[in-house]
Design a protein around this ligand. Structure first.
Ligand code: CS2
Length: 479
């Protein structure tokens, strides 16, 4: 019989064998957290432990319970694979069905950091104003006093409890791909608590540092499970595949201490905004374009898509001509090396990151990537052709258009706005009217109401649906 994964059976792969106690409650027990923050925390080796909170699915928490709280991180690249076991979680719970336990955990005096990777979608933000969506059903329910089910509600209620009981300060650390992620979270929490007794206490005792996180971490496949077994010698019920590259830059503003994450290579910097914009635009923005063009060209994975000539050219153009001119580089930053490393990372065929996965949630990801640079370039009289192409390709992937089949990879993309956009498409004339209506749902008014931009997006939608995605990319290259 094959033995199970436990502390003894994987001892030689453990990143830390120090006993840990919970100092961090982490919301979002997905693959990204498990291959990023958890690894840095294990490498700090200073006793900090993490209570992981999965939002809905019990699969990861169940697997971890059966394995002494452990799982492995499988680093995959064309050069080979290696494996490690962070071993830094003190427990794993599921928020759905037990929201009170989440509030209790964050409110506990020993908790000094609450961190989040709940995706852009998880913050209940109004896309056009970037404020808390006060009409979001989850926020309405949470503010009415029910046990909170949204992440902002859970954090806010727990902070209220801290204010009313022991009063110990805490840090809220957003680790999602959002611009000024700490500042935005602070605003959302304070908006939730507006008018309550805890508002001032939160403003004075809770730190919300900004952070930039980076590691490509796909969903786990059967091939990953088999590779993990080869390297570990025991079955892992929930291994996490990841690329070798990893980066974390954050502000050193913690209200109640932090692990020595620098031991794992994290950088504490006062230039986080520059790193954030660089990463959100050059990496994430270009990634989106590769994913949507790739899916429409019937490519299953990012490395397959990136290898197609017209997709590679479009990726270089959007990155170099449209994203790069809109960022300010951090001091002493080698941008040439960074760009070269991005194209290498996107070529990692051993990882097999799916176009469908990167294309998922476009209605909440693209607002963090496209509008600000598009508005900036339009303001300078420059039409951002490839940003318009990004929007057109996304729209063709997720909005039903008469007589057009975007293919299996696009159909598999999940998007919280799919239903709403489908209804909109059913009641709106295709063409520029539809494009304007769709962009108004997801982007700030300034961009959605730019006739030049929406007109350009509509032209690309027309070319994609009539002549195919290659023709549209060719047109963008010529413009
Ligand atoms: C990707 C990111 O899914 C996406 O939108 O662009 O998940 C990307 O892989 C990570 O941000 C890399 O750090």
């Amino acid at each position: 019989m094959v033995s199970a994964l436990n502390r003894a059976s994987v001892r030689k792969h453990l990143l830390t064998d120090r006993p840990v106690s919970t100092g961090i409650v982490h919301l979002g027990l997905g693959n990204f957290h498990r291959a990023h923050q958890a690894v840095y925390t294990a490498q700090a080796r200073d006793g900090w432990g993490i209570l992981g909170v999965a939002s809905r699915s019990a699969a990861v928490a169940d697997a971890m319970h059966r394995q002494d709280g452990l799982y492995s991180v499988l680093e995959r690249s064309p050069e080979g694979s290696s494996i490690s076991v962070p071993g830094v979680h003190t427990g794993a719970i599921v928020a759905a069905g037990n929201p009170a336990a989440v509030v209790d955990a964050i409110a506990a005096e020993d908790t000094r950091i609450v961190s989040t990777t709940v995706t852009e979608h998880g913050y209940c933000m109004d896309p056009s104003t970037h404020r808390l969506a006060l009409d979001h059903p989850g926020i309405v329910a949470d503010r009415s006093g029910a046990a909170p089910r949204t992440v902002i509600g859970q954090i806010a209620r727990a902070l209220e409890r801290r204010a009313a009981t022991h009063g110990a300060p805490i840090t809220v650390l957003n680790c999602d791909n959002m611009q000024s992620n700490g500042t935005q979270t602070r605003r959302l929490v304070l908006e939730f608590l507006h008018g309550s007794k805890a508002e001032n206490w939160v403003a004075e005792n809770v730190a919300f540092p900004n952070s930039m996180v980076d590691r490509i971490v796909p969903a786990t496949t059967d091939a990953d499970r088999a590779a993990a077994y080869e390297l570990l010698g025991v079955h892992d019920l929930s291994p996490v595949p990841a690329e070798p590259f990893t980066m974390w830059v954050m502000e050193d503003r913690f209200a109640a201490g932090r692990p020595a994450w620098e031991r794992g290579g994290a950088v504490f910097s006062d230039e986080v905004e520059a790193y954030e914009l660089l990463k959100l635009r050059l990496l994430n923005g270009t990634h989106s374009l590769i994913a949507y063009l790739g899916a429409l060209d019937d490519r299953a994975t990012i490395p397959e898509a990136r290898a197609v000539d017209f997709i590679e050219s479009a990726a270089r153009s959007v990155l170099e001509d449209e994203y790069l001119p809109t960022v300010t580089l951090p001091r002493d930053f080698d941008v040439k090396a960074y760009v070269a490393s991005l194209f290498d990372r996107w070529s990692n065929a051993a990882l097999g990151h799916r176009t469908q996965q990167v294309g998922t949630d476009g209605s909440v990801k693209l607002p963090q990537r496209v509008p600000a640079p598009a508005i900036q370039l339009l303001g300078q009289g420059v039409m951002p052709e490839h940003l318009a192409l990004t929007c057109a390709a996304w729209l063709c992937c997720v909005v039903p258009l008469p007589g057009f089949d975007p293919g299996p990879h696009a159909r598999a993309m999940v998007d919280p706005a799919r239903e709403r956009l489908g209804a909109l498409a059913a009641g709106t004339r295709p063409g520029v009217d539809l494009v304007r209506a769709v962009l108004a749902q997801v982007f700030p008014t300034e961009l959605a109401e730019s006739n030049d931009f929406t007109g350009r997006v509509a032209e690309y939608v027309a070319v994609i649906t009539r002549d195919g995605v290659r023709a549209a990319a060719r047109e963008a290259a010529r413009s």
